[in-house]
Each structure stands twice: as structure tokens, then as C-alpha cells.
Design a protein around this ligand. Sequence first.
Ligand code: FAD
Length: 496
Amino acid sequence: MKQKVLIVGAGIGGLATALRLAKAGYEVEIVEKNGQAGGRLNQIKKNGFTFDTGPSFFSMSYEFAEFVHDCGIDMPFEFVELDPLYSVNFSDNPQKNYHLYKDIDRLAEQFKDLEPEFKAKMEKYLDKSGQIFNDTVDIVIKNNFDSIFDYMSSLMQVNPVHLPVLTRNFWNQVSRNFSSKEVREILSLVAFFLGRTPFDTMAIYTLLSYTEFKHDGYYNVKGGMYQIVVGLVRELEKAGVKITYNTEIVDYETKNNDKEISHLIDSTNHVWRADTYVINADAAVWRHRIFKRKAFSTARMNRMQWTMGYLTFYIGIKGKLPHVNHHNYYLGSNYKEYANKVLSEPGTLEKPYYYVNVVSKHNPDCAPEGCESLFFVCPVPNLLHKTDWSDKDDVVNSIIDNFSQRIGQDIRPDIVSRTVYTPEDWQQQFGLYKGSGLGLAHTMMQIGAFRPKNHDERYKNVFYVGASTIPGAGLPMAIISSKLVTERVLKQLAKP
Ligand SMILES: Cc1cc2nc3c(=O)[nH]c(=O)nc-3n(C[C@H](O)[C@H](O)[C@H](O)COP(=O)(O)OP(=O)(O)OC[C@H]3O[C@@H](n4cnc5c(N)ncnc54)[C@H](O)[C@@H]3O)c2cc1C
């Protein structure tokens, strides 16, 4: 009889692992708390509009290519490279938009009056970022570690020339290369994609500048990001994987002298049995809430470094926004002060920085004819730092007012659909600790062998995949995570 694997959670990490294991010949079943698959990579359909809920583009497309190759399928969705990657607008010069092209000459043209010798400086900066990327990605990111010793031995293989970078933060590394405020701020924005700020993100993550500008760029998915999920679910159906929705696992029982899980129990007391369990719920939250581990007690969870929360809102408007690009960042004039407060001070949301994605720009099916669907993301403190969200509509209204002023078009009378998610909603819907958008932060003591492991400490038939285990947050990382956990599961199942 086939060995059975039960996967808890239909986020991208869970879906990708399910397909890998089904293709490897195992019987796979998924249980998901929500009514549809995707986790944070989700979709809202409302008033004739379609919105992606979380991710709006992805990098490292070759990880998806490797995944479909491993599974022996064709790419189940279509993706398109972004050019420009995104646009940036500053409040002290709102008429001007900087367009971030991968083409270095076009990029240099944008900054010729601001940053002398931009091209040479950018080439030098990207060379270094590229070296960091190439010297770490296979050793540190795409590896299972069996122990801290094993991890440390791998780190020793990293070229020592990068050691000084370990002593700097992202902002310092960018500032060593560029002098203008605008260039420094624009190039360090990518640190926010890791859920922290450039001032508390390690400089080794400047490797992300290489991935965005030089290596592989960013990609959109035709029809919206949710088509990734639609495509994966279709492949899972073909592979005979069953997904049961609206099923939240709340408890478990053990066997073999407490060495293995015998079954999981959902909130209606239904029992779910398998030989092996892969948890796609947040790896730290699961150990805290379900296994009630000491190392993940409330006090310890609160002491861990969590990523920021996100206030996201999904706006449908009558009319088009011809002058607004697909991906846009709207920054204020107090970057450092803002960044230093945004993670922890609840009263900082008067003039927030925000991102706007005009989803319908290249995906006309996402809005009724003559309309536009907009997705706003504003970095905010998570629920450890701001517990009261009764002011959410004030914050949203202030952003919509600011956006209208900056684009020179008042969208307020044209709004026909409005949905707001605060960190409370992100917590409640997807089980994110304190509404922390990307899970555990990527600090030195929370990456590699120090991140919650992808195999359980006590139960030998329990494994983990997703953002809070290795290697970390983001869609390509979830795909890598699915590969790493599959290796672990297969190794375990091959044991006599
Ligand atoms: C606002 C926002 C914007 C983002 N933008 C980008 C971007 O542009 N590009 C990018 O690459 N990444 C982006 N990310 C990050 C990306 O969304 C995540 O890293 C990725 O989707 C995480 O996938 P996952 O499989 O780890 O977990 P999740 O998507 O969180 O999936 C876990 C699943 O487990 C389910 N679950 C939890 N507990 C239980 C339980 N007890 N029982 C049953 N089911 C359970 C949840 O409901 C969920 O469906 C963004 C994230 C956010 C929040």
C-alpha cells in the first residue's frame, strides 16, 4: 500500500510540496482552514473586480522552472517580465516618477542630475551584490542543515572576502556606494520586501539588488498572481491529490511512546490519519499553538523578531488611471525617521509610505470595462506593537487622499469597491503570528540552522514547509522550501 502524506495548509509551500510528493509516488491529501487554496497568495473577487491579496510579483523565475521540471509538468501559468521593475515617487517632488529599469543606461539617465557617475557606481554595487548572491545561494539558501555545526561548516565555505559585509546593515552598504538621498532610498526599498527596514536588515541581503536589477528581475503572472494557485491546483487534481477546505487542525495524538504523531484532529473533532505530516501552517506558530513547546512559549514567541504587519486594501474604481504605472512606491520625505518608527510605534501612520499595484493595467480581466482594480500595501506595526485597529478607515482614507493628490486625479468619488485587511485580518485568516506579514524576520539568529527546522524536534513523522522555516519568506523561497522538505520526507520514508 502507498504511504500517505497529509499536508496541513494549502499555501504555495503546501501546494508545491504536495505535487512533488504525489509525483514521487505517495498518496497525498491536503487540509486547509480557509475556503480556497493559496494562503497569502490569495484572491478576492468582489463587485466585478478581482484582486490579488498578497504577492504582486516574484523574482528567481528559474526556481519555478526547476520545480516544474522536477515534477515533470509544463509551467501551469504564464509569466511576464516587468520592465520597468517599478516606479518610485517622493512627496517632496510628486511630479517626478523614477522608473527602475534593468537596462543600466536607461536607469542611469534617471539619476544623471542626482548622482554623479551613477552607472559606474551601480555596476560596482551590483558586482558586489552578485558576488554575495553567487557565493551564498547554494551554500546557505538551498541547503538542508542537520545541525548548527553542519550550518556553521557551510558558512565557513563562504568566501571570507564577504566578512566585512556581516558587520553592516543594508542602508550602510548602499550608502557606501551612493551619495544621493533618492538613490539610497530607492535601492534600499527592497529591504522592506523582507518585512523589515534597510536599517535593521543585514547587508548580505543587498544580494536582492542583484536579483532584481541584474540577474532575473521581477515577473507578473498573466491574469493575476492567483493564476499560480489555479495552475497548481489543476496539476494536483490531475495527480489525484485531494484538498479539503474549511478544515482547521487544532489538536493531535501521538503513538510509539510519543515519538510519532498518530493523527491530527480538526475543530469539529474529525480525525485525520497519515503516515507522514507536512505542516504548511507557520512553523513557529504550529509549535507554539498546537504542540505547545516550551521553546515556543508565548514569552519566547514575543521575544522573537517578527516581520512588520501590512495594512492592505483593495479598491475598485470607475474610470482609468492612464498616468499611473503598474507597480508604484509612494515615499515621504523622512525615510530614516519613518523606517525607524514604522515597525514599533503605533502613532506613525499619519503620513504613511505605501505601494500601489494597478492590477488591471496588464490584466484587463481583473476589472469591469473602463474600471481599474487597485491594491494598496502600507507597512505598519504588527499586533505586538499596535493592538487597536479601530483607526483603520482613517489611515486608509488618508492614503487615498494622498494618492489622489500625487497622481493629480481624485479617485474618491469613483470608488465602487473597498476591502481592508489589517494585521488582525492577516492573523485571523492565515494564522500569522501577531499579523506579522512575512513571518519570522531574517535576522542572523533566525536564518539557516537557527530558523525553526523543517523537520520536527520530537516527532519523526512531522515536517514543515513555508515562510517561517528554511529558507524564508517570498514565493521563490516557498518553492525552495518545498524542495528541501521533500528531500527530508523522502529520506525519512526510505528508511526501513
Ligand atoms: C501583503 C503581502 C505582500 C507580499 N508580496 C510578495 C511579493 O510581491 N512577492 C513574493 O514573492 N512574496 C510576497 N509576499 C510573501 C508571500 O506571500 C509568502 O512568503 C508566501 O505566500 C508564504 O507561503 P507559505 O506557503 O509559507 O504560507 P501561507 O501562504 O501562509 O499558507 C499557509 C496556509 O496554511 C493554512 N493554515 C494555517 N494554520 C492551519 C491549520 N491549523 N489548519 C489548516 N490550515 C492551516 C493557512 O490558512 C494558509 O492557507 C507577500 C506577503 C504579504 C502578506
